[in-house]
Ligand binder design. Structure first.
Ligand SMILES: [Zn+2]
Length: 133
């Protein structure tokens, strides 16, 4: 699904690999973010990794989406940037990349439960969502 290769031995790896199956090297996204785990396995909608910023030593989320979802990722980046100015609890965006195979958003990893785990099967009306932003 991606052009992901091991940075040590250059063999192709799958999206769900955390270490190279051949040389066991930890995979590094964009030469900058060693992968710590897969938060959402690869699907038609992309993949979400937990990774680490090598220089800043902070945990990150790297969300990769296929070209058909590039607009959504671009909008998410813009919304997070605009909310960040008003709401300091929103994730900080560290990087945004548009490449041939994937559009990627790199942001803070915030540990905890997601809303869909806290309120399973809950649909969120716009007015309700507005309470959070
Ligand atoms: Zn390798």
């Amino acid at each position: 699904m991606t052009d992901l290769h091991c940075y040590e031995c250059r063999l192709p790896v799958t999206n769900d690999d955390i270490v190279c199956p051949d040389c066991q090297a930890v995979l590094v996204l964009y030469d900058e973010y060693p992968v710590l785990g897969v938060l959402r396995p690869a699907s038609d909608n992309g993949i979400v990794y937990k990774a680490r910023h090598r220089r800043l030593q902070v945990d990150l989320v790297v969300k990769q989406a296929p070209p058909r979802l590039a607009g959504y990722i671009r909008n998410e980046a813009k919304i997070l940037q605009s909310l960040r100015r008003r709401l300091n609890f929103t994730p900080h965006v560290y990087d945004f990349r548009e490449e041939r195979t994937y559009t990627a958003l790199v942001m803070d990893f915030i540990d905890g439960l997601t809303l869909d785990r806290v309120y399973p099967q809950q649909l969120w009306p716009a007015a309700e969502v507005g309470r959070f932003v």
